[in-house]
Design a protein around this ligand. Structure first.
Ligand SMILES: CC(C)(COP(=O)(O)OP(=O)(O)OC[C@H]1O[C@@H](n2cnc3c(N)ncnc32)[C@H](O)[C@@H]1OP(=O)(O)O)[C@@H](O)C(=O)NCCC(=O)NCCS
Length: 231
């Protein structure tokens, strides 16, 4: 059985794992063996190898980590999908959400409640003002309008990750802020160098309580998952 140990997840904790998505054939082939038939067919439909490999690596890694929470082989996990595509783990009380950007994936996990996460690479955003006007609060849009580059794009991406995390919490994806539930709490995450990220949830205030790096057995060469917890 391909399981490994991770810190326990308490009732009022959120774990966030930040993982590189390996592109080399060997770790990707090992991770592919964890995917379900429908995930394998989705993988086969990607036109470009790089996208296929990242999809396989993301799904395989999510299965490995989620399997560790429920103490099952990642390959045996079943996902169900909400109407707009949000995946859920069948059975049990572990909720999760995934976001990926290039070769980086974030997986946020909690028990007994819902969660949304988003990660974006920091980059110049050409139409930041007009998107902000459509999706964000007037206050955020003004902050973005009045900043000069590169701060403008940075502010934009911060707001974007917060909104997308809230939308993903609700299983809706990206929608204008006025359409979202206001009681959801959003936290900016400290992420490696060139990314910004946020997590959305419906309770408490959170502080980091663990900081761990795991390299799942069989994937040691290609995959590193760095995790931290909010509690
Ligand atoms: C959900 C959504 C924001 C994802 O956009 P993205 O740029 O791929 O963002 P991320 O990398 O952050 O997230 C992707 C992951 O979120 C999860 N996800 C998918 N749909 C989701 C939803 N409605 N709510 C929350 N999470 C969702 C999946 O785990 C997905 O990973 P996968 O591609 O391996 O299946 C975007 O697809 C969206 O707005 N969907 C809303 C529904 C919609 O418009 N559907 C039409 C698509 S044809």
């Amino acid at each position: 059985m391909r399981t490994f140990s991770i810190p326990p997840l308490g009732a009022h904790e959120v774990h966030v794992w930040s993982c590189n998505l390996p592109a080399e054939a060997e770790p990707v082939a090992a991770l592919a063996s964890l995917l379900s038939p429908d995930e394998q067919s989705r993988a086969a439909r990607f036109r470009f190898d790089v996208h296929r490999r990242r999809f396989i690596a993301a799904r395989g890694t999510a299965r490995l980590l989620l399997g560790a929470y429920v103490m099952r082989d990642g390959a045996s996990l079943r996902f169900e999908y909400e109407p707009l595509g949000k995946p859920r783990l069948s059975g049990g009380d572990v909720a999760f959400n995934v976001s990926h950007c290039d070769d980086r994936m974030l997986l946020a996990v909690r028990r007994g409640g819902d969660i949304g996460v988003d990660v974006e690479r920091i980059r110049p955003i050409a139409d930041a003002e007009s998107i902000a006007g459509r999706y964000f609060t007037e206050e955020e849009a003004e902050r973005i309008r009045s900043a000069a580059e590169p701060l403008r794009s940075h502010f934009f991406l911060r707001s974007w990750t917060r909104h997308e995390a809230r939308g993903k919490f609700a299983g809706r994806g990206v929608v204008p802020v006025r359409e979202l539930h206001t009681e959801v709490q959003v936290l900016d995450l400290a992420t490696p160098g060139e990314h910004v990220a946020a997590v959305a949830l419906d309770c408490g205030s959170f502080n980091a309580v663990f900081d761990a790096t795991v390299q799942p057995p069989h994937y040691r060469e290609g995959l590193t998952c760095h995790g931290f917890s909010l509690s």
